[in-house]
Write a new protein. Sequence first.
Length: 203
Amino acid sequence: MTIEGLDFSGKSTLVRALKVLLADTSTHFTREPGGTPVAERIRDIVLDPDAEMDAWTEAYLYAAARADHARAEILPRLERGEDVVCERYLDSSLAYQGVGRRLGLEAVRGLNSYAVEAAMPDRTFYLRLDPEERERRAATLGAPLDRIEAVGADFMRRVESGFEKLAGQERGRILILDASLAPAEIADLVVGEIRRLQYTRGG
């Protein structure tokens, strides 16, 4: 299972709540880019505000981090019967690099096909939030922007359109959540869906 959305939509807040609510289950939480020592080092590069790279270099770095993460962390846990919840995954690359960077959805999907192998989410929770509220949250947080967050509003609008397109194409997998709801309410909705999926699988 994955949690997706633009920056400042509440993904990390949701993950923190889920860790508490699902503490009694065999659910492992991880993130992208990151999740393994190698992938975390790549994360430092792609998010470094001082790093300069073209769009394809960025896309390949994300795919490289994902390849290591999927093989070393996600697939072994799935094979052991654990549930995995990942904060960001393939959909982020499709939205940010495929649409935001204008590399093309299918081009980026193809680049990542070898990286993800069989590690595709059975459910994705997409946190949808209007731009004004995202900007308010970013200003309230007051933290320095990383390299992706600092690209600009036009880029983020393209990324948002990418997420919306994916959500429309894969209605069976991607569940849209109103990220303006109270964090506890969102967490309860997600836990309910996760427990329903676990029950369906007999886990």
